[in-house]
Design a binder for this molecule. Structure first.
Ligand code: PLP
Length: 405
């Protein structure tokens, strides 16, 4: 392993902040109680959960009862899709109109696989699905979403920020469209609900996530993308929304998400969220370093930036270097100590190019040559200078080997 290691894969996961770890520690051994127990051991664990719920609610501008802890964003997103469809079907069956009705779901083509694959599974089970392609810059058009909405649409799920290209989506504007549809339906006496969900996992560090500002009914967060622990996340569910449970069992999370609480994880999620404001102080510097990285990398021959330059979170840089195989580039960078990732998901043995880059209209060959570098709050100028120095000769060498450009 090289002596120097530089982590530029913060969109995949982030290290736990020392203050978050400190917050979690007592709940592993000293305050190990089950929050559902009546005795003092249980009660001190319950205090931690109540406190974390308040911290998340404050961040989202909602009330604590609207926050539901899950095992992460994958569960929150699966729960949203399956739980909403289930409750709509149940209420239609109760009204005896269920059999001939097929609910309609709208998502974007650049959603994380947990939204994409749960929606495709729902489609196989008879749900009508519309998948909206983004524009070339990676942003979904508000008009495309508006015109996809039909009388049977019950759920729209569009991510706030894409994890591969960092493109910021027009969530507030889509929220306004959905609000208009809601009031039209109310005027027409329609009983069919329409809900708007956003996966805000990659937005939390950078953008306004207040649910009323965004006009969302459901919102997903994950701790390990915001300097918290892995295996913990939450789903915001607006008061009054009918949703089926994520899993059955005990009465945890208002009977909607059974299972003994991950108390250290929940305490860590709350602390990580409480620290976001403080960490925002590092964003101007992060953006400056990221811009320097982009400007220098684009000096390399036959290179391009994937995704919008402006509608982009400050952590993300995503390039394609024509004629360079993404996977080889990642391996070469790793040998010099630089941890990065590629959009060509060869690691999953599929050899399929990124579904995000291809949905943006980027040819498969260019998508295969992509490199994602994502900065974190602790990324330094020295780190970026090292990448700027290391990257061009690696690309030159790989192009010589492949004989392509
Ligand atoms: C990482 C990520 C997820 C999955 O989160 P987990 O908590 O690891 O399940 C979902 N959506 C986006 C946008 C992500 O970046």
């Amino acid at each position: 392993m090289p002596k120097k290691r530089i982590y530029l894969d913060n969109a995949a996961t982030t290290p736990v902040d020392p203050a978050v770890l400190k917050e979690m520690m007592p709940y592993f051994s000293k305050k190990f109680g089950n929050p559902f127990s009546v005795h003092s051991f249980g009660q001190e664990a319950k205090v931690a959960i109540d406190n974390a719920r308040e911290q998340v609610a404050k961040f989202l501008g909602c009330s604590a009862e609207e926050i539901f802890f899950t095992s992460g964003a994958t569960e929150s997103n699966n729960w949203t899709v399956n739980g909403i469809l289930k409750s709509v079907k149940q209420s239609l069956i109760a009204q005896k109109t269920g059999s001939q009705f097929s609910p309609h779901l709208i998502i974007s083509a650049i959603e994380h696989h947990c939204v994409l694959n749960s929606s495709l599974a729902a489609q196989k089970a008879g749900v009508k699905l519309t998948v909206i392609r983004p524009k070339r810059n990676g942003a979904v058009s508000v008009n495309d979403v508006a015109s996809a909405i039909g009388e049977n649409t019950v759920l729209i799920s569009i991510m706030y920020v894409n994890n591969e290209v960092g493109t910021i989506q027009p969530i507030k504007e889509i929220g306004e469209v959905v609000k208009r549809v809601k009031s039209e339906r109310a005027k027409n006496g329609s009983k069919l609900p329409i809900y708007f969900h956003t996966d805000a996992v990659q937005a939390a560090n950078y953008l306004n996530c207040k649910v009323d500002y965004l006009g969302v009914d459901l919102l997903t967060l994950s701790a390990h993308k915001i300097y918290g622990p892995k295996g913990i996340g939450c789903l915001y569910i607006r008061r009054g929304i009918k949703i089926g449970p994520s899993q059955y069992g005990g009465e945890q999370e208002s009977n909607l998400r059974a299972g003994t609480h991950n108390v250290p994880g929940i305490a860590g999620l709350g602390k990580a969220i409480a620290l976001i404001e403080k960490h925002k102080k590092s964003l101007p510097k992060m953006k400056k370093l990221r811009d320097k990285l982009i400007n220098e990398a684009l000096k390399i021959e036959s290179s391009q930036l994937n995704g919008s330059r402006e509608l982009r979170t400050p952590n993300n840089a995503n390039f394609s270097f024509k004629g360079v195989e993404g996977e080889s580039l990642i391996i070469s960078l790793d040998m010099t100590g630089i941890a990065a990732s590629t959009g060509s998901a060869c690691s999953s043995a599929s050899l399929e190019p990124s579904h995000v880059l291809t949905a943006m209209g980027i040819p498969a060959e260019i998508a295969h040559s992509s490199l994602r570098l994502t900065l974190g709050k602790d990324t330094t100028e020295r780190d970026i200078n090292y990448v700027i120095k290391t990257l061009p000769p690696i690309i030159e060498r790989l192009r010589k080997i492949s004989g392509r450009k």
